[in-house]
Design a protein around this ligand. Structure first.
Ligand SMILES: NC(=O)C1=CN([C@@H]2O[C@H](COP(=O)(O)OP(=O)(O)OC[C@H]3O[C@@H](n4cnc5c(N)ncnc54)[C@H](OP(=O)(O)O)[C@@H]3O)[C@@H](O)[C@H]2O)C=CC1
Ligand SMILES: O=C(CO)COP(=O)(O)O
Length: 297
């Protein structure tokens, strides 16, 4: 019987399923039935001792409430990147009501699904307060993925979520044809901004200069493979958010995460100018007005 299952057969779930099928059998399940090898029912997947959950951040709470009951000894790997907008809660806080802390890990780092599913190399971080979770999951990963360990769960989560908002900003910057200098300025100030935000929640600085922060930010904020970057390009063309998301047909976590970061920044008095302008643009502010405000501020 297979020991490991991926839950959520979107872009990332399918790429992880491909990767995790290289060394052993790996099951996969999703809300919508798909014609994929080893696609099983949710019930069958939930019986596996190792689960990888790739469901968008905004849906996690509801999904856990309706579907999940932790089985003694299970180990869970969370593959989502986002902060819940309605509460401002981080995913580790949401999961903590369902999974013991020493049985859960969070994947971070630069990893476009479209490249992973082709078997192209990358380096990821498995973040968990228990190194045992890393030790258990590491052997499942194929040779083309290098997996590092970090105990900084909150740092990895914030970096992975924040970079999606900055990728929207970068897409706007490129969509407005502001130039390479502007994009480099935006990305580097964005890195400072996400580190400052993370510090307030106890994140380690090293997570922001490593794969989880700079690595994923450089990747996502400079490629049309990123859904979040493409949202930014659309906003710069004055397209309606609703139309951009319809056209995308996949999740762009930065949209809701911008809201969450805005709220948390207000609540904790954190200076987060780029994320704030992204949130205001998503609410209808003209990107050129945001540019003026960012240059002035
Ligand atoms: N794509 C990428 O390159 C990467 C993505 N991520 C993160 O992984 C997460 C998933 O992204 P991705 O797979 O690309 O997104 P997609 O939009 O491609 O797929 C989303 C998946 O979530 C499932 N889903 C959506 N809503 C619900 C719900 N209410 N209940 C149960 N399942 C639901 C969908 O199910 P179904 O289609 O079966 O209905 C689908 O399998 C995001 O947090 C993203 O940031 C992280 C690293 C890389
Ligand atoms: O997180 C990702 C790559 O590491 C994927 O980014 P997008 O969701 O913007 O496509």
């Amino acid at each position: 019987m297979a020991k490991i299952a991926v839950i959520g057969a979107g872009k990332w779930g399918q790429a992880l399923h491909f990767a995790l099928s290289q060394k052993q059998e790996c099951l996969i399940t999703s809300r919508t039935k798909r014609d994929i090898k080893n696609f099983v029912t949710l019930e069958e997947a939930l019986n596996c001792p190792y689960l990888v959950i790739a469901i968008p951040a905004q849906q996690i709470r509801e999904w856990l409430k309706n579907n999940f009951k932790y089985k003694e000894g299970q180990k869970i790997l969370v593959a989502s990147k986002g902060i819940e907008a309605s509460t401002g809660e981080f995913l580790n806080e949401i999961y903590s009501k369902y999974v013991p802390e020493d049985s859960i890990g969070f994947i971070s780092g630069p990893s476009f699904a479209a490249e992973v599913i082709k078997g192209l190399p990358c380096a990821l971080v498995l973040n968990s307060t228990s190194k045992k979770v890393y030790d258990k999951f590491k052997p499942f990963f194929p040779d083309f993925i290098k997996v590092y360990y970090s105990s900084d769960v909150v740092g990895a989560e914030i970096a992975g979520a924040y970079k999606n908002v900055l990728a929207i900003a970068s897409g706007i910057c490129d969509g407005l044809q502001l130039g390479n200098n502007a994009r480099a300025s935006l990305i580097s100030r964005g890195l400072v901004e996400m580190k400052r935000f993370g510090k307030k929640f106890g994140a380690k600085k090293s997570s922001f200069i490593g794969l989880s922060g700079a690595g994923d930010l450089f990747l996502t904020a400079s490629s049309t493979l990123s859904r979040n970057y493409r949202v930014g390009l659309g906003l710069a063309q004055n397209k309606k958010l609703e139309d951009i998301l319809d056209e995308l047909g996949e999740v762009a976590e930065g949209v809701k995460t911008a809201e969450a970061i805005y709220k948390l920044s207000e609540e904790y008095s954190i200076y987060s100018p780029i994320a704030r302008e992204v949130k205001l643009i998503l609410d209808g502010k003209h990107p050129k007005d945001s540019l003026k405000d960012l240059l002035r501020g």
